[in-house]
Design a protein around this ligand. Structure first.
Ligand code: 5GP
Length: 206
């Protein structure tokens, strides 16, 4: 049977460019499975149900919570966001590495449930660049931007719980670093004991 895939959590402040990073990573490396979250927030212009998110009403989201259909969920700036369970389990069992682009409370829950998950935090080159990007993308109202910047300050307090940080300065460099870190996690000795023991036994038989 194929080796079980790993869970990779990618977090970062709003506006740091996680969406673009994920898009590029999964275009370049088709082996990764990107989980699509459910959310109660309104779609932004150009976003499609089932592509960026599963856009759901509050009632429908609470129904998913009641049915235990989410691996984790959190409330972020007055909206629910959560990771549907079925896709994650299916893909991991098929040996694919699953990427969850989620915020920090969700990341903590994932680490509790899956201690072997890899937690990556994407940093902006500077706080000024973060604000510029968030304002520049023009998808949020000024009060939403203000709430998200405030939230960034709170999230910054939780970065120590992550395994690695990456700086999103140059997109391609950041994508490569992310791919390398995931590959390293796959190669950890404690994830490969079955294979190691098999070869060990074969060698002993010489
Ligand atoms: P946005 O509204 O900008 O798409 O996402 C807001 C925040 O919610 C981002 O930090 C994003 O990573 C996070 N997020 C997206 N999906 C999920 C999810 O399924 N669970 C959790 N906990 N956070 C999520």
């Amino acid at each position: 049977m194929a080796q079980k895939g790993i869970l990779v959590v990618v977090s970062g402040f709003s506006g740091v460019g996680k969406g673009t990073l994920m898009k590029r990573l999964t275009e370049k490396y088709e082996e990764y499975a990107l989980s699509i979250s459910a959310t109660t927030r309104q779609p932004r212009e150009g976003e499609e149900d089932g592509r960026e998110y599963f856009f759901r009403t509050r009632e429908a989201f609470e129904q998913m919570i009641a049915e235990d259909a989410l691996v984790e969920y959190a409330c972020y700036c007055d909206n629910y966001y959560g990771t549907p369970k079925a896709y994650v389990e299916e893909q991991m069992m098929a040996g694919r590495d699953v990427i969850l682009e989620i915020e920090i409370q969700g990341a903590r829950k994932i680490k509790e449930k899956f201690p072997e998950a890899l937690l990556l935090f994407v940093m902006p080159p500077s706080a000024a660049v973060l604000k510029e990007r968030l304002v520049g993308r023009g998808t949020e109202l000024p009060e939403v931007i203000a709430a998200r910047l405030k939230r960034a300050a709170a999230e910054a307090e939780g970065i120590e719980a992550y395994d690695y940080m990456l700086v999103n300065d140059q997109l391609e460099t950041c994508v490569e670093e992310m791919h390398t870190l995931i590959s390293c996690q796959r190669s950890r000795v404690n994830r490969n004991l079955e294979f190691i023991n098999r070869v060990k036994n074969e060698v002993k038989a010489f």
